[in-house]
Design a protein around this ligand. Structure first.
Ligand code: ATP
Ligand code: MG
Length: 400
């Protein structure tokens, strides 16, 4: 057993000792068998939520109506979910209610892909009802059961397919892919926030091109906010240098850059995708800088305006575009200051030294000093900056 499972095994044994079935399930089992890094260890059990809670001292009702109780242990926390089926699907979305069942088989049947429908007991023994192990070996994403039905039940699964395709570098089994092509329009019924999450995971993965290609080929993109008619722009991203993106901001920056959006179109587009304010602000601020970097024309002031996300959000996208980023990183690092806070004087100091400066004039003076420092025309010391501002004031007075 991998260390993460070893650590969680006492939870399974506790449930077993009380007469319940309990297994490791979902992504953790898949990733362990692929020797990938394991994220959260999820547990499925025949015990009902109240029965789980009775067995452990410290629990949290994470999603009790869906059967999920989080069990807190010294070595970690585990989501323990009662075996369930999702029988009533309305509007191609999440089921409106779940039914708890006592059989592992029914629980595994409701899962999306065969490689996500494996269960492992505390001894490491695998339950594999749909040849998920074979599909893991073949690197195939295959819907559990009839793909047409499964995507009709829950259209988000189509986005999950392309997300896993990128994350795992797997191929989508032909009948499964055909069903996505057939049902792509049903994605419109899904809450944008949930599409957003899968899209970001797909685009952030090293092998984004494989999922993105299916996303384009099956026309899933046409059911996403603002992407109908954008096949050419989306296809341009298939040529990217493969890099994992750590920040969702990079994903959105890459997308708005590919779409060639005007600066004032970025906000509305990303709002339609229900991105966060931070993601929107970053993309709007970084987009013009990225364009200048690609054109090779970005100057010190452009780099300064990118702000601290220059390294973490912008450069990874530039790298994907095949731009040699080392020189840009050095140039950014070499800026005399990186944010307003780094300036050697603040508004109050300037006002004391030059009482005539207030209101908008003060703001302009601060910007002028910042630009002078960034451009290397003034040293970042109080004396040099106050001298600089007094000199520009005199020039202005002389002019007026
Ligand atoms: P990750 O590494 O991203 O956590 P994961 O496979 O664990 O991948 P989750 O979204 O955490 O994905 O879901 C856990 C498990 O629940 C999946 O492996 C799958 O068995 C099941 N599952 C999740 N969402 C769905 C869905 N929409 N339809 C059917 N089964 C699902
Ligand atoms: Mg998971």
């Amino acid at each position: 057993l991998p260390a993460e499972f070893e650590a969680a095994a006492p939870v399974l044994r506790r449930l077993n000792d009380a007469g319940y079935e309990a297994y490791f399930v979902g992504g953790a089992v898949r990733d362990a068998l692929l020797h990938d890094r394991i994220h959260d260890v999820d547990i499925a059990t025949s015990a009902y939520p109240a029965e789980v809670k009775a067995l452990f001292k410290r629990t949290v009702d994470t999603g009790i109506q869906h059967g999920t109780v989080t069990v807190l242990q010294p070595q970690g926390q585990y989501e323990v979910t009662t075996f369930r089926t999702e029988s009533t699907y309305q509007d191609y979305r999440r089921p409106d209610h779940v039914t708890f069942v006592r059989s592992l088989r029914e629980d595994l049947q409701r899962r999306d892909f065969t490689v996500n429908a494996l269960a492992m007991d505390h001894t490491g023994q695998i339950t594999d009802l749909f040849d998920g192990l074979g599909d893991l070996q073949r690197h195939l994403l295959r819907a559990v059961g009839k793909p047409e039905e499964r995507f009709h039940e829950d259209a988000l699964r189509m986005m999950r397919a392309v997300r896993f395709q990128s994350q795992l570098s797997f191929t989508i089994e032909p009948a499964t892919e055909a069903a996505i092509r057939h049902h792509h329009q049903l994605l419109e019924k899904i809450a944008v926030e949930r599409i957003n999450m899968e899209f970001v995971k797909m685009m952030a993965a090293q092998d984004r091109a494989s999922g993105l290609k299916t996303f384009i080929d099956t026309q899933l993109y046409a059911a996403c906010p603002g992407l109908a008619g954008q096949q050419t722009a989306l296809t341009s991203m298939l040529a990217d240098v493969p890099h994992r993106l750590a920040e969702s901001g990079s994903v959105w920056l890459r997308l708005v850059f590919a779409l060639g959006l005007a600066e004032n179109a970025v906000g509305p587009f990303l709002r339609a995708w229900k991105t966060t304010n931070t993601e929107r602000r970053q993309a709007a601020r970084l987009l013009p800088v990225l364009a200048k970097i690609q054109a090779g024309t970005a100057g010190a002031w452009d780099l300064y305006q990118a702000g601290p996300e220059f390294d973490s959000v912008l450069l990874p996208v530039a790298a994907q575009l095949g731009i040699a980023v080392d020189q840009w990183q050095e140039r950014y690092a070499a800026l005399p200051i990186h944010q307003a806070h780094d300036l050697a004087v603040d508004g109050r100091t300037v006002m004391q030294a030059a009482p005539a400066l207030r209101g908008p004039a003060l703001g302009q003076a601060m910007t002028a000093m910042t630009q002078a420092v960034v451009a290397g025309q003034a040293a970042n010391t109080p004396a040099a900056l106050l001298a600089y501002i007094q000199k520009t004031q005199q020039t202005k007075d002389g002019q007026s």
